[in-house]
Design a protein around this ligand. Sequence first.
Ligand code: FES
Length: 252
Amino acid sequence: MEDCNALVKDNRQVARDTYLMTLACELSPFTPGQFLMLRLTGSCEPFLRRPLAILSCREGAVELLYKVKGRGTSLLAGKQKGEELSALGPLGKGFSDPRPDEEAVYIAGGTGLPPILAMAERIGRGHMIIGAYTKDDIPLWQRMQDIRGVEITAATEDGSMGMRGVATQALDDLLKKLQPPCVIYACGPAGMLKAAASLAKGFGARCEVSIEERMACGFGVCSACVVRTTTGNQRVCIQGPVFDAADIEWGQ
Ligand code: FES
């Protein structure tokens, strides 16, 4: 874990309310699912560090994909080339690699694309499902298409791109066609993760979920990010954000 000054190299809108930021920043190698705590510098605005999953990190350039959802991310979207941020990370626990005999399935919904795309790019084989309300909410479509060895399916609720429906319907369809063993990597809204966990159980697939939780410190000292598991409460920032889906108490 390092705390480094990061210069904005690029910060552009790539879908509705969604931005791709590239930072000049020397980070240790990361595992998809790991995140940075990002803080604006030189501002009087109250701005806790924000957790953002790392999309890529190579040759001193770190990519982050984020959706503008409030004051903090709105300020982030206004950052221009040459401005400075403070980045702490890589933090947390990322996804495990698939075993050689496992068919890999990646599923992302809502703001869950960064760790899933990072994992698909790292592994370079398998099937990926991206779910959104409409095609305007899907960023980096061409980049996903360019991953050789990974077949991409879009599911939109309004039917404007790919199949009409939600990502977990596409997952159900896909799992029926695949030969086990399979491993599912998922990130997105809690309802999607719960449904993916249930499908995985039904198909006898391994499933790892990256949980999006509010965080304050990002490294285990404040307990702002607790999730219920079968072995008690765990802190998402250090014991996750990636968990075995079978270990999470999903609730009703
Ligand atoms: S954010 Fe502080 S313990 Fe997780």
